[in-house]
Design a protein around this ligand. Sequence first.
Ligand code: DTR
Ligand code: ZN
Ligand code: ZN
Length: 444
Amino acid sequence: MTEPALRRPRVRRSLLALGATVATTAAVLLAPGAAARPAAAPTVLAPPDVPVANVKAHLAQLQSIATANSGNRAHGRPGYKASVDYVKSKLDAAGFTTVLQSYTYNGATGWNVIADWPGGDTAHTVMVGAHLDSVSAGPGINDDGSGSAGILEAALAVSRAGLQPTKHLRFGWWGTEEAGMVGSSKYVNGLSAADRSKIEAYLNFDMIGSPNPGYFVYDDDAKLDQLFRTYFSGLGVATEPETEGDGRSDHAPFKNAGIPVGGLFSGADYIKTSAQASKWGGTSGQAFDRCYHASCDTSANIDDTVLDRMSDAIAYALWTLGTEAPPPPGTVYENTADLQIPDAGAAVESPVTVSGRTGNAPAALQVGVDIKHTWRGDLVIDLVAPDGSTYRLKNSSGNDSADNVLTTYTVNASSETANGVWKLRVQDTAAQDTGYLDSWKLTF
Ligand code: DTR
Ligand code: ZN
Ligand code: ZN
């Protein structure tokens, strides 16, 4: 029980006197020793238009390959290796460093095509991917020739532009996705923990040309979700969160490894609603792709407009993410939103989102806490890492009647992934004295 302390008149904003929570700017990035000031917007080079005719030319090649090989490009069938050889040849000619990563599945050899654009800081790698295999029932031009051709032409656009990104760009064409993301799992599982931590984003493009199209954005990572929503908002195209594909494509192994993922999807066998048709056009009551996993998934099974827009969105993502300046050491991530702490009540939490970093948090993560309270002995304070791990910063100490907590704690957070939503959890464990969290910050 807290002895009633002499309560000095509290000079607080009138709103707080009413128990309101005054939301102020949260999650401000501050360079070391810098006053709070709007960061200069990074100069983002303008991405080029990706010619949809070029994307369709790649699809025509994949169609020809399937036609010449029993109508498919499936794992273990000649049409798949012919697709691999086509993609690799285009990349080699454009100056990429390419590797064919082979593996065995169901008694047959599969291959991933991994292509690196020389240059950029490999400690900050941005990766895009699509699966190159089809089902055995058909040529797989939308699923997922469209994604394969879209990232291929975006890669060729990088080459044509001679882009010199700050970050390293890597492209992956996955084998054996249709049997359960076999190729992409092989790739991710083959990465060391250090190499995984260098991939700061993986963007997946599996079906981006559906004939009755929708515009779905993966919502797994807030920053990558916003990236694409901003792009389509600029086009005046509405988007929806992608909800049917969780765990169903090559982003899953990356997400399971703790790598931030994003991507785009134009729809498969789900039915387009009338509300969706009113914003996107097309036919309600019909699947986004009626030829999903069927022999009719041919070159004719493509909507050029969605393919064009999504291919351009891939280039936008590569240019935007690829030319960002990595956050300098000593970057501060702060939440300045005031948060009332219920007297002798439940714990409250204040979030800070860390993104754009690679790897794990430091062994001496600085946690700055500013709490206004009339009896700090009431307070228990924890840091909660993105994966839910909890680090005790302060225990309650009943007879510590001093006001306020204005302290920087040092936490060994080296086992925690840096990116994600960190939280400060505060609880007032004794009645009478009250207070609020004024601000808190993480310094990496
Ligand atoms: N493209 C399908 C997997 C799939 C079905 N729905 C979604 C949504 C988002 C990404 C992928 C998918 C396949 O390869 O079978
Ligand atoms: Zn697919
Ligand atoms: Zn499929």
